[in-house]
Structures are given as C-alpha cells and as structure tokens.
Design a protein around this ligand. Sequence first.
Ligand SMILES: NC(=O)c1ccc[n+]([C@@H]2O[C@H](COP(=O)([O-])OP(=O)(O)OC[C@H]3O[C@@H](n4cnc5c(N)ncnc54)[C@H](O)[C@@H]3O)[C@@H](O)[C@H]2O)c1
Length: 268
Amino acid sequence: MASRLLSRTLPDVAAKAKVVKTLPDFSMANKVCMITGAARGLGNEFCRAFIHQELAKAACVDSEMVPSDYRIMGVGCDVSSELSVQQAFRRVMDTYGRIDSVVASAGIVENYSAFDYPSDRIKRLYDINVHGAFFTAREAARNMIPQGGGSIVLIASMSANIINIPQPQTPYNASKAAVKHMAASLAVEWAKTGVRVNCLSPGYMLTKLTRTILAHDQELKKTWESLTPMGRMGEPEDLAGAIVFLASDASRFMTGSEIRVDGGYCAI
Ligand SMILES: NC(=O)c1ccc[n+]([C@@H]2O[C@H](COP(=O)([O-])OP(=O)(O)OC[C@H]3O[C@@H](n4cnc5c(N)ncnc54)[C@H](O)[C@@H]3O)[C@@H](O)[C@H]2O)c1
C-alpha cells in the first residue's frame, strides 16, 4: 500500500519541482538595454554583461565612436545636450521598438583644488555628470511608461558618500551626491508607473578614468588600495553581478536604492 502511494506521488512531486522557481529572474533575455558612456570603461562592461545574457540587445551610447555589430548598436550622443539624448532614444526606439533597461554611465572626473578649478570646467562636469544623467533618465522614463515600465540605473560613486583623499575633486563628489539623490527622487516620482530608478556606486575601479589620474602619480594607486579594506582596486567585471541584478526583474521591488560595490571602502 505504502509503495503504491509512493509511486503515485513521486512523479507529482518531480513535476512540481520543475516549475517551482527558487530564485527571482536575473535573465536579460529579449530585453533591450541602452547604456551611456559605453565606448569603454564601466559602460562597456555593463554592455558586455547584458549581451552575454542570452538574447539581450544593447544600444551603446557615447560621444566617442562605438562600432555596431549584430548584437550591439552604436549610437553617437553627447549626454550634456538634451536634444542629442532625445535623438539617441529615438534611434533606439525606431530600431528595437522598446527599451527595458537604461544605464547612465557617461561621466568625467577632474582633480583641481577648489580655488584652482576653472569655472567653465566645473560647468562642463555638471553638464555631463548631473544634467546628462537627468536627461537620460527622463527620456528613458518617457519611453518606458507607455510600455508599462522598465529599470533605470544611474552610475553614481562611493564619492556620493565619502570624501576621496588625497586628490581634490569637490565638484565631482558633489555631482555624484546629486546623482544618488536624483535616483531616489525620480524613483519616488515614477514609483507607480512601473519605472524603477536605482543607483550603483562603485569604489576605485581600473578604467581609463582612473588610469588618467594614476598616470601622473604612481604612488596614488598604493594609497587607494591601502584605504580599501579588500586591498585592491576593482576590475570592471566586479560590477557585472550588481548591474544585472538592478537592470533585471530580480530587483523588481527595489527602487530609490543605492548599491555600493567598493571593496568595503565606505564601511570604515
Ligand atoms: N572608474 C572608477 O573608479 C569609477 C568609480 C566610481 C564611479 N565611476 C563612474 O562610472 C562612470 C563611468 O566611468 P569610467 O571609469 O567607465 O570612465 P571612462 O572615462 O573609462 O569612460 C567614460 C565614458 O563616458 C563617455 N563620455 C564622456 N563624456 C560624455 C558625454 N558628454 N556624452 C556621452 N558620453 C560621454 C566617454 O567617451 C567614455 O566612453 C562615470 O560616471 C564615473 O563617474 C567610476
């Protein structure tokens, strides 16, 4: 009797086990992703992280040339110009018909002490880092809301939370604090539309942005590493898990949040 019961129930259990999902959906399959600042550095890594996921399609937006191939569409754009951002979104919508995930990664840093920083360069930095992120997020939401939602990730920095030493970079730090608060503010404005907005804040990562600074000061790398509890700078690939989590449905109840990936820098 017991063995007959077992033979009846085991296949049922096996059939149910096949459909039970234990993890949320990290898949980017068939999603259309748009990444600014994607010609190189972190933006380029985000693009790779997405297209390595099955059938995702990516539009790589940058003021520098991004070559197109069958999975990547290169789009020229200066994020500090609202018109240029609108034209980039129109090109992507005309090609793919929808946009599911947008990452605003275009950004610059410069090191000047406050008294020496030329005013026109400060304005340029805010135009790219702050207004560029805002134009990108607003255009993303304009396109996502009619299609029922999407995920926007603004790339801030640990500099939104701490003051980097020893290099002076007050306008950059302030711009990243603005980006972090922008993500939270837009998240609340759009919370009921299906559009989620979060920010990802990296610590010191090895890209052209940091290599340019380190080229003038080899000792600085050792200082940065000694200030980072994990004792090293991050590689762009170290952000792949976090960006896929934020861009995918795995983070579907998350909006207005920050994820720091900084080797423990902000923990001390
Ligand atoms: N590398 C780091 O250690 C680090 C740490 C924290 C945050 N971040 C942030 O991550 C983002 C990416 O940094 P990265 O290290 O990849 O820098 P990067 O210099 O390697 O790449 C930045 C990309 O942005 C593009 N870009 C610059 N101005 C643009 C504009 N006006 N319009 C369109 N594209 C433009 C550049 O052409 C380049 O391809 C930035 O927002 C940066 O502030 C970087």
